[in-house]
Design a protein around this ligand. Structure first.
Ligand code: NAD
Length: 520
């Protein structure tokens, strides 16, 4: 079967807007969504709960999330252990078929799932559409490569049979972030599940409803509840319980650097009851750059910069935050960028014309407002018209001095810094001068510079003459190096290998006679 990426609807066409419009309009009457804990066949609501507020109308609670704890985890693990054998011994083709069906189930519920995601995150409709397609792609792609790439290898010699095959590792804790609650949650769970592992899914606090809708699709097509549990709650509680549990073999984590590094530390401690070495997959943040070369096509530059820096309000690990522009085109690009930014429409994602929405929550809003205040003296442009109600942050452009934290720390908001460079090589040096190494862009018409960039820029995903976000499954396996991550490359051919271990059988077939009494 040939893999094809899921298609994207064109929302500039009125006929494509009506279904999603009614799904979006239907949400308020169901708020707040009640999110249960799902352990095996049991669903329950706990007394301890948290809510998440709508980012553009914070007076509305979008969710009321039951908080799971260590006891729930223990129960889920005991159920899984009793049922794992049937799941892992199932033929790979059967498990893969279930995930192909899960993709169809997601598509059946597409408008509703996208609407829930928008109400939880404030994501623009087109961005949500692309993210949804990525979730579908993860189901299909991992289902397909599980059958193609993980088949056993036999080496038969005279007198010796060898078999090399893969088996699942066991219990995988999937701890996901809020910024791609459809795609990342799906990909992180499908990868380990499709090859026969048990998954304990811990969604982000902010986006538990979106994740729950996806989990339901999996269960509805027959992915057993006994091996796929849904444990929403606090990172500091259920998240830590998953990380430190002696029977959790793999922690599949995507999120912030600080949390990722603390997970690595905790998981390295071997507790007395533990008989496994934990593996930690950590996909973390970025401080992504773009170089605009002397001969760059400035139309391409502007079209690449705007969505990379301000798409989903800059709340992407791949978002652009450092812009290095050659002195020959610096002033021209700066003027055009400032003008273009002032024309960005900022407002609620319910109005499809708006390009930039609110940030995820009050905490982010206050953190970003503080960074804006601290850097007031360096601001050179911003979007002036933004709504006063809701967690809106003006997309802003800065010229901070070298050494400023604006060049170092991940900002995770619509704040972009720019700096003049005297040569392309200087740009490469500055790009590489970072603890992160996730994405980077180069806008250039010089083939030698493009080649130099490919050879010297040290990032996981390098993009030439285009934006630096929106990696597509199979076409652009995604993930970074340095402190951006362990290089898991989601959506790529090696991803599933992270969740299996190789086993080798070797048999001497040159028998020295046989013992008659063992034959029945
Ligand atoms: P976060 O680190 O705050 O939370 C991520 C998840 O970890 C959540 O489910 C949270 O509940 C859980 N968690 C928090 N503390 C924990 C602990 N002590 N133990 C176990 N789990 C814990 O990140 P976020 O704010 O949800 O997401 C934004 C971050 O994720 C950004 O830094 C972004 O760059 C990064 N990100 C990286 C990628 C990638 O592929 N590299 C993709 C998306 C987001």
């Amino acid at each position: 079967m040939e893999f094809k990426n899921e298609s994207i609807r064109d929302y500039s066409l009125e006929k494509e807007r009506s279904a999603i419009r009614s799904a979006l309009d239907s949400i308020p009457k169901s708020l707040p969504f009640q999110i249960p804990i799902s352990i095996g066949r049991k669903e329950k609501f706990s007394e301890n709960r948290i809510s998440h507020k709508n980012p553009w109308a914070p007076e509305l609670n979008v969710t009321d999330v039951s908080l799971s704890n260590g006891n729930d985890l223990e129960e889920a693990i005991q159920i899984s252990k009793k049922n794992w054998y049937q799941w892992k011994e199932r033929p790979q083709e059967d498990r893969s078929r279930l995930f192909l069906q899960a993709a169809e189930k997601l598509i059946n519920k597409k408008d509703f799932i996208i609407a829930v995601c928008i109400w939880e995150t404030g994501k623009h409709i087109t961005e949500a559409e692309i993210e949804f397609a990525e979730a579908v792609d993860f189901c299909r792609y991992y289902a397909m490569i599980a059958t193609e790439k993980l088949s056993p290898q036999k080496t038969i010699l005279l007198g010796e049979d060898n078999l090399y095959y893969y088996q699942p590792k066991g219990i995988v804790g999937c701890i996901s972030p809020w910024n791609f609650p459809m795609a990342i949650f799906t990909g992180m769970c499908v990868g380990p599940l499709v090859v026969g592992n048990i998954v304990i899914a811990k969604p982000a606090e902010e986006t538990s409803a979106t994740a729950y809708e996806i989990a339901k699709c999996f269960w509805e097509v027959g992915i057993p509840k006994e091996v796929f549990h849904f444990l929403p709650g606090l990172g500091s509680e259920i998240g830590e319980a998953i990380v430190t549990h002696p029977e959790v073999s793999i922690i599949n984590f995507t999120g912030s650097r600080d949390v990722g590094l603390s997970i690595l530390r905790s998981a390295s401690v071997v507790s007395p009851k533990q008989s496994i070495i934990k593996k930690v997959i950590c996909e973390l943040g970025g401080k992504n750059a773009m170089i605009v070369d002397a001969d760059a096509d400035l139309d391409v530059a502007i079209q690449s910069i705007l969505p990379s820096a301000f798409g989903f309000q800059g709340q992407k690990c791949s978002a652009l935050s450092r812009l290095y522009v050659h002195k020959d085109c610096y002033q021209k690009l700066k003027d055009r960028l400032i003008d273009a930014m002032d024309g960005l429409l900022v407002g609620s994602p319910l109005d499809f014309e708006n390009r930039v929405g609110p940030v995820i929550h009050k905490e982010s809003f206050l953190r970003l407002t503080k960074i804006q205040k601290e850097n007031e003296t360096f601001i050179i442009g911003k979007t002036s018209a933004i709504p006063t109600k809701g967690y809106y942050i003006s997309p802003s452009l800065y010229e901070p001095p070298m050494g400023s934290n604006m060049w170092k720390a991940e900002i995770f908001g619509p704040l972009l810094s720019m700096q003049k460079i005297s040569s392309f090589s200087e740009g490469i040096h500055l790009v590489n001068d970072s603890e992160y190494a996730l994405t980077c862009g180069v806008i250039s018409r010089n083939p030698n510079h493009v080649m130099e960039a490919k050879l010297k820029i040290d990032v996981g995903n390098l993009y030439i003459n285009r934006g630096i976000t929106g990696a597509i499954v199979n076409r652009q396996p995604f993930g970074g190096g340095k402190l951006s991550g362990t290089g898991a490359k989601a959506g790529g051919p090696d991803y599933l290998n992270l969740f299996v271990e190789g086993r080798t059988f070797t048999e001497n077939t040159m028998r020295q006679g046989f013992s008659r009494d063992t034959i029945q």
